[in-house]
Design a protein around this ligand. Structure first.
Ligand code: MYA
Length: 158
């Protein structure tokens, strides 16, 4: 069984979901520049509690918009464990409703809205603990076969 197949699951409700791989910018524990996202399943949602730190600053004290997009993109990547098929981002849209503050705890959640053939229409939001939504997002992922991930270099990482 490949590492990719092992990650497909199934993953029961409440389960912690495994990182895409150790070096993943979003969730890999061995990436020193990464966000070290820790994600679990809540029903049809994938959820993370996340704090952006000084490595991800844009304007002083505020998370860089690209860092927020990175984390959302990676969070969507955990929905694939629920879908049970690999897919990649074709389109990513982020609405920045309020500054995402460095050193502040946010709840991130994502879900699959609908599927049309190979296309997965997904959405997400970033919410402060006081309930205010700082960002919302939609994305289109397209399912791919395992060979998609071996184009860049031979690897069994994912
Ligand atoms: C389960 C376990 C998973 C394990 C985890 C895995 C690792 C995950 C890591 C996660 C890390 C985080 C995530 C990352 O960072 S993923 C990394 C960033 N993303 C990429 O590198 C993807 C690069 N792009 C590609 O490789 C190709 O373009 C793909 C493979 C995506 C599609 O090229 P392909 O030639 O195969 O397909 P197609 O061009 O015919 O298009 C297919 C369909 O899509 C429709 N379409 C196109 N655009 C749009 C749009 N904007 N709105 C709505 N629909 C759109 C299009 O009309 C067509 O529809 P239809 O005609 O079929 O009806």
């Amino acid at each position: 069984m490949t590492a990719l197949q092992q990650r497909i699951g199934p993953h029961p409700d409440g389960a912690h979901l495994p990182a895409h791989h150790e070096q993943c910018l979003g969730c890999g524990v061995d990436n020193p520049h990464g966000h070290h996202l820790s994600v679990h399943r809540e029903g049809d949602l994938v959820v993370a509690t996340h704090v952006f730190d000084d490595r991800h600053v844009g304007a002083p004290g505020i998370a860089h918009g690209g860092a927020v997009a990175t984390v959302l993109d990676d969070l969507y990547g955990f929905l694939l464990y629920l879908v049970g098929e690999p897919a990649v981002t074709r389109q990513l849209v982020v609405e920045y409703l309020a500054p995402v503050l460095i050193g502040t705890t946010y709840r991130l959640e994502a879900r699959v809205d609908r599927r049309e053939g190979r296309k997965l229409f997904v959405n997400a939001k970033v919410t402060a603990l006081d309930g205010r939504t700082a960002a919302t997002s939609t994305a289109v992922f397209v399912t791919v076969d395992a060979e998609h991930f071996t184009q860049a270099r031979p690897s069994s990482a994912i």
